[in-house]
Ligand binder design. Structure first.
Ligand code: ZN
Length: 416
């Protein structure tokens, strides 16, 4: 009799697990789909995703879902995005991408290649002042411009040089830098791959930006009530991403960060079924790729006082397949980190928890700065991570290996 019961329980546990992973994958697929156009600000992509997330939280049976609005200023690229080099069309996201602060640019211009072997900044300025190179787009290797930043800053300002744009060769696949264009600069900077022609003469641009002022977006907060209300746990992940690069190209953001968003939803589903000791908040932030705007807003407008947070767990890119888990921990979170390490040593979920210094690179940071015990998990340097901030961070390229160990590590940490 007992044996049978055990077997039935084991089967039920297995099924729940399989269902849970299927649910997880379904969420990643949904959020990285064309419906949300890269979950940026153009065409309301992030907000559409936010509304879907709010419904999904409600569906899994949490006690309360709240949308918390805030505004930001943000540069977007929903319109024309064309570039031709000696007549040959360049593909947005594949052959070129932009800096987030680029203005619109239209017209045909000469190309001017910086001679990096005989580098002479005065000669460049003199050349660009000649009629032959009037309004030229200046081409140079990005790492080289990095070493001569002061010279290249001159080329970025209208009053110092009449060139129309800067074209920097970088690596493949091309990364969109960030979405935090809260200003629009004077001249565009365009990234191209090392395959960019080294002897072309003309470039034609038709690129449009749209600057959104006081654009409203929102965090989605789900609450599961515990037996006690004097302390709480927070599980956080940003759901916004880089949005669009022209009419047809968008950044799907499957790993960054549909993967973390899906995990806080399945965690909410789990705790809605297993009533926790303390209140739990599952916070899906917007505005992360716009400079941590959503988490800054929450940290200054929290639903429960920050002093009541027992621990905050931030998930940003947690699928993937690196057997070691990268993490950052606030000073106040170090005691908790010792417990994470102990659990991991016992259960062997990850080869190691590689802790690095705190950096202002994800949503735990505004909380760490305010003395909240917190940890940030990010699975980096796996096979999905190489597509970080590229158009290839898609459902097709998503990897799910580390979802389960991350989920279990967190569940064990929280305890019964
Ligand atoms: Zn991210």
């Amino acid at each position: 009799m007992k044996k049978w019961l055990l077997l039935v329980l084991a089967v039920v546990a297995l099924q729940l697990n399989a269902q849970d992973i299927a649910h997880y994958k379904k969420i990643v697929k949904e959020l990285s789909s064309a419906k949300y156009q890269g979950r940026g600000y153009a065409e309301d992509g992030a907000n559409k995703a936010g509304r879907w997330i709010a419904k999904e939280f409600a569906k899994v049976g949490v006690d309360e879902v709240v949308c918390q609005p805030f505004t930001l200023n943000i540069n977007t690229f929903p319109g024309k995005m064309e570039m031709r080099v000696d007549g040959k069309r360049q593909r947005p996201g594949v052959d070129f991408t932009l800096r987030e602060f680029n203005p619109s640019i239209q017209g045909e211009f000469p190309l001017y290649y910086v001679d990096t072997l005989n580098y002479n900044p005065e000669k460049i300025l003199a050349d660009l002042a000649t009629p032959q190179y009037e309004g030229a787009a200046v081409v140079c290797d990005f790492m080289f411009t990095f070493k001569h930043a002061a010279d290249f800053r001159k080329l970025q300002r209208k009053q110092e040089c009449s060139n129309s744009a800067l074209i920097y060769t970088w690596e493949t696949p091309l990364k969109f830098y960030k979405a935090y264009g809260e200003v629009v600069r004077e001249k565009p900077i365009i990234w191209v791959t090392p395959d960019f022609p080294q002897d072309a003469t003309r470039v034609r641009f038709d690129m449009e930006n749209e600057f959104l002022k006081d654009y409203e977006c929102f965090n989605v907060i789900a609450k599961v009530e515990g037996f006690r209300h004097d302390s709480c746990y927070l599980f956080t992940a940003h759901y916004d991403h880089l949005g669009k690069l022209g009419k047809k190209t968008y950044y799907p953001g499957a790993h960054d960060n549909a993967s973390g968003t899906a995990a806080i939803i399945t965690l909410a589903a789990y705790y809605a079924q297993h009533k926790p000791a303390y209140d739990m908040y599952f916070v899906a932030f917007s505005g992360e790729d716009a400079n941590l705007r959503g988490s800054e807003w929450y940290a200054t407008h929290p639903l429960a006082p920050l002093s009541q947070i027992k621990y905050l767990i931030n998930l940003d890119m947690i699928g993937d397949n690196n057997p070691a888990q990268y993490c950052e921990v606030s000073d106040e979170g170090m005691e908790g980190f010792a417990r994470f390490e102990q659990i991991n040593a016992e259960k062997g979920y990850f080869q190691a928890l590689d802790r690095a210094e705190l950096a202002g690179n994800s949503d735990h940071y505004p909380f760490a700065q305010r003395g909240v015990p917190c940890i940030f998990f990010m699975n980096e340097d796996g096979d999905a991570f190489k597509f970080y901030h590229t158009v290839y961070d898609s459902w097709k390229n998503a990897i799910f290996d580390n979802y389960e160990p991350t989920f279990k590590l967190i569940r064990d940490f929280i305890g019964e």
